[in-house]
Design a protein around this ligand. Sequence first.
Ligand code: C5P
Length: 235
Amino acid sequence: MQIAARDQLIVALDVPQVDQARQLVETLGEAVSFYKVGMELIYGNGFGFVSELTRAGKKVFLDLKLHDIPNTVQKATEQVAHLGVTFLTVHAYPQTMRAAKAGCLNSQMQILGVTVMTSYDDQDLRDAGYDKSVQDVVRIRAEAARDIGIGGLILSAEEVAAMRLHIGKDLLLVTPGIRPADSDSHDQKRFMTPKDAILAGANHLVVGRPVTQAKNPKAAALSIIQEIHTTNQKI
Ligand code: C5P
């Protein structure tokens, strides 16, 4: 089923204070339906704000990247599910994904797996005791995510096309590193336009600064949603 273009844009609330996040959400108004909340805001008293968002009818992607023993992951996932969150991230280790999936059983929440952090290269993996390349570990973990049946994967835009081919249509692919054609790349070295990411097979785009630091954040969000909508018609 095709997801509505408005729900395909996830705006990253990368701010330290709840007041700043609340201000952004107010500015974006009805234009934006989906927000990513990460560790920075959560550790700045953000849990209450997550409930505020869901009560206001917004969808929330809670980027907590859980990883612990299965019992702890399952219980923590159950707690997050009570907040009415739509997506929760975990590191894509099979034990962790199974436990998180079990923690979602009585809710609509879906688990997204983080395969290998994009800040890691092959040497970083060797330093951490792995004897496989990043590409191999990403593939192994993505296949495990599919076999276990979690909701999807978060991965960089440049990995989307190959992963979509490899993994099929069952998993949602959620990608950051998105830059509209006319916007600043900031510190993103590899990025894609909304159009190219959707054509590559992404289901949701995570966008931070091109919206939150735009002169007119609402117009920037609406323009990305329009680009997604137009691209959806071509698929
Ligand atoms: O501001 P910008 O659009 O670059 O923000 C992208 C968001 O996606 C940030 O929350 C960032 O932490 C996250 N992210 C990323 N690249 C990854 C994983 C997550 O940019 N590989």
